[in-house]
Structures are given as C-alpha cells and as structure tokens.
Design a protein around this ligand. Structure first.
Ligand code: PAF
Length: 312
C-alpha cells in the first residue's frame, strides 16, 4: 500500500517509521530541514522500540501522484495549506486521517479542498484523536515514550466505515494501538478541553506539564478548564467537570516530564495550535454570549509569542 504521511513532526515521524516497518511504501512530505535529515539519516526513533526507517521524503507533492491512504500530521495552523496541496496534486483523493489537536480542523480541511477545487467524496475523511506520546528531538528524530492510542470513530456510512477500517488495519499492523469510539467528535472535544488547560499555561511559563500541579499554574489551568467546559456545554457537549478535572490531573501526572506541544512550538519560534484550541473556544463562546477572561488572556499571551508572518 502507498501511504503518504504529510507532516514530519513528532507524530508524523513516529507513525511513518512504524508503518514503513511493515512493508508499506511510505512517502513523507515535510519542510526542507526534515526532508534533508530524513534523506541523509532516515527517520530515527529513540526511546521505546528504537528503530531507523529509510524513507523517501519530499518538500512538495508532484502532479498526478497516487496514494492509497494519507495521514495528515501537520499541526492545525498548517492544515489548510497542506490540504490545498493534497487536493491539487493527489488524484483521486485517498482516504485521509486527520490527527490534529484542536477544534475546527474539519472546517479547515473543507476550505483547503475547496481552494484546490477537489471535492471530498463522502466518508473519505476520518478524524482521529492521538494520545501516543512522542517528542521531537530534531529534524527526522523523535523519542517514543509511554503508552497511548489513536481513537477512531464509528461512522454511520459504509464509505466512512471503509476508511476507518483501512486506518485501523494500517495503524494496528504497525503496532500502534487503535480504539474505535462511538462518538469521535466527543473525543476531539475531550482532548481539546485538556489541551485548553495544559498547553497555554505550560507554553506561557516555559514549564513541563508536571509543574501545573503547583500554584499559581494550577489555578490558571483550572480556570481555563472551567471556561472550556462551559463552551463545550453551550456547543452541545456536556462533560462532567469533576471527571474532566480528574482526567486533567491524570494526564498531567502521566506526562509530568513532557514539554507540551505548544511549549515546543514556542521554543522553536513556530506558530502554535492556540488558534485551533483557545481561539476556537473564544469564537464559539462569542456565538453563545459567554465571557471567557482566562481563555482570552491565555490566547493573547501565546499569540504575542508567535512569529509575525508576512501578509499573504
Ligand atoms: O499537546 C500536547 O502536548 C499533549 O496533547 C498533552 C496531552 C497536553 C501532553 O503534553
């Protein structure tokens, strides 16, 4: 099977290497430093089950490419541009698995495909929620640590089920734990709630996740979580605040030594996922007349740390 992994951050590298190990033809699409590193050294996985996978890597797709499955592993701010490129170059569109943190990813994908004038056939897009821990060590180098899984939905249509089955088999055969859940949107929300509480505080203060258990960061994370739960409720996703709070502290303990993905982005001078996390909460909150002072403050502080991009 020909698999394209679009995005060579920590998860893209880890999944590309694991999938290639089970004899699939894997192509990595990445930025130039990653492409050069992967061409020279392969994708290097350290930590749990270390390995090196020698894979082709390109910084752009070519016209008329074909692929049987595509893992979209770029961060949320890069989704639209990536999908535009995919829509223009890969015909017919392959089943796509989107593994981003945050909300509104499906909308960005739809916009990207519209810009590419490539309508998405029904059931081709699957949303996944990833909790497999991986840390980027450098271009094409990743450390795999701890337990985690990819959650996939159980779509109502035969086309949707066929896509999910394909990704379940692909990832499962590569040794990546996969679990089907009845409502993937709810799992997207659940993870977004945790990201809304953990990521901005750790990125703003430059602290590993474990420090969140101490004040003043604890108070900040709890305030963000409360506001995010309120938005979820207004948007029709009711979560038990006590249950989500205990999830939060469980994840903080389990990832105590980790630097959150947003902190890693800030450290590297990259754009972060703040817009897809706190930004989406602010947009939805405004639609429902909710005041979100903690979220607004966190959003503004992280935005101020992001690089200023030249006007498009
Ligand atoms: O974005 C991240 O870093 C992760 O989703 C999480 C769960 C916050 C752990 O660091």
């Amino acid at each position: 099977m020909r698999v394209v992994v679009f995005g060579a951050g920590a998860i893209g590298c880890l999944f590309a290497a694991r999938i290639a190990r089970v004899h699939h033809e894997v192509l990595v699409v990445a930025r130039e430093p990653e492409v050069v590193a992967i061409r020279v050294n392969g994708v290097i996985v350290e930590g749990r089950d270390p390995m090196t996978a020698f894979l082709p890597a390109v910084d752009a797709l070519t016209d008329g490419m074909r692929s049987d499955a595509l893992l979209l592993t770029v961060k949320a701010p890069d989704v639209r541009a990536a999908v535009r490129e995919i829509g223009r170059r890969i015909r017919p569109l392959p089943p796509i698995l989107a593994l981003q943190n945050g909300l509104g990813v499906e909308r960005e994908i739809a916009e990207g495909l519209k810009e590419a004038e490539a309508p998405l056939p029904p059931g081709l897009l699957s949303r996944g929620v990833n909790t497999v821990p991986a840390t980027r060590l450098g271009p094409g180098r990743v450390r795999a640590a701890g337990e985690g899984e990819v959650l996939l939905g159980t779509p109502p249509t035969p086309e949707g089920r066929a896509s999910v089955d394909l990704f379940r088999e692909l990832l499962g055969a590569a040794g990546i734990a996969v679990r089907a859940v009845p409502d993937i949107d709810r799992e997207v929300w659940r993870k977004a709630l945790l990201n809304a509480a953990i990521n901005p505080v750790t990125a703003d203060h430059g602290i590993p996740n474990g420090q969140l258990a101490r004040d003043p960061w604890r108070g900040q994370a709890e305030a963000l979580l409360r506001e995010a739960i309120g938005v979820a409720r207004a948007a029709g996703q009711e979560f038990d605040p006590d249950e989500i709070e205990s999830d939060l502290w469980r994840v903080v303990r389990a990832t105590a030594a980790n630097r959150s993905s947003m902190l890693q982005d800030v450290d590297r001078g990259h754009r972060t996922e703040i817009d897809a996390i706190s930004g989406e909460l602010l947009r939805l909150g405004a639609d429902h007349g909710l005041e979100l002072p903690a979220t607004r403050r966190a959003y503004d502080r992280i935005r101020a740390r992001e690089p200023v991009l030249p006007a498009a």
